[in-house]
Design a protein around this ligand. Structure first.
Ligand code: NAP
Length: 251
């Protein structure tokens, strides 16, 4: 019997950790798929393919042509479209599938969160009076804050925000996690930040800004998740490895 062929939809720390655990497995032939959004992604320990599949039909073709035995959706908690495509393509090809999605952050005592459903609601939640905003939602949707030009923005992203925000006062920092609480406290204090806009991504790598906001009593406009439900989901790499064992017969 040949090796088990696994396709991991990636772009997350968890997908990378899973790849590191699967790479040495002699009975597994896994490929990781990236959308290609990050200009210079860190190399992965598995064969990597780049770019969209061309919608659900393209993903169906890929699963069929590559004889994929198991599809793992390890995309970011806010990558909703690819997750919907993964669920549909797996169903239509009868490919076993599960999601690896880290749990969201829970509100703790001292947190001053305003939970909102989407970016447009986050823009509204900043209010009419100009405030000093730390925008930590990644670059893809940052442009939507041009709708609220009364605020002063500090925008952090891995790659540059193109085009820049159409507002009078905006500065940009390029950085990728993991971030440290003491550094985040310094960043927020030095820039006199009054409110943070964040996605409830979960995980440790970007939690420091939330802890820093609590320490400095700063408000957080927290954009909550809207992942499509419907496929089995686990929250940790360990649980994913167990599920792989259960779903794939011994080679
Ligand atoms: P999305 O809105 O859910 O997907 C948009 C399209 O991008 C999909 O229809 C698909 O194109 C392509 N795509 C997305 N993920 C892919 C993958 N892993 N491999 C191949 N094609 C993929 O996705 P997104 O929110 O733009 O996220 C893109 C990537 O960045 C994902 O890998 C995600 O894990 C990562 N990421 C996202 C965020 C975030 O906040 N959204 C944060 C960190 C990392 P086709 O329809 O042509 O197949």
């Amino acid at each position: 019997m040949g090796k088990h062929r696994i396709l991991i939809l990636g772009g997350t720390t968890e997908a990378r950790q899973l790849a590191e655990r699967l790479a040495p497995c002699a009975d597994i032939d896994a490929t990781i798929s990236l959308a290609g959004r990050t200009v210079d992604p860190k190399p992965l320990p598995l064969p990597t393919r780049m770019g969209g599949f061309g919608g659900v039909d393209g993903l169906i073709d890929y699963l069929t042509n590559e004889k994929i035995d198991l599809l793992i959706d390890a995309t970011h908690p806010f990558a909703n479209q690819i997750s919907a495509h993964a669920a549909q393509a797996a169903k239509r090809t009868a490919t076993p599938v599960f999601a690896l999605c880290r749990p969201g952050w829970e509100r703790k005592e001292g947190d001053r969160w305003i939970s909102v459903a989407d970016i447009a609601s986050a823009v509204d939640a900043l209010g009419l009076l100009g405030r000093r905003v730390f925008l930590a939602i990644g670059r893809q949707e940052a442009g939507q804050f041009s709708a609220a030009p009364q605020h002063a923005y500090l925008v952090r992203s891995i790659d540059p925000v193109v085009p820049p925000l159409d507002v009078a006062d905006c500065r940009y920092i390029l950085a990728s996690g993991p971030f440290d609480v003491a550094d985040e406290i310094r960043l927020l204090a030095d820039n006199k930040i009054e409110v943070i806009v964040a996605k409830n991504s979960g995980g440790d790598a970007t939690y420091a800004k939330i802890a820093a906001a609590r320490a400095l009593d700063i408000q957080v406009v927290m954009i909550e998740r809207a992942k499509p439900a419907g496929i089995e989901s686990v929250g940790t790499v360990e649980a994913a490895l167990q599920l792989i064992d259960q779903m794939l017969p011994p080679a």
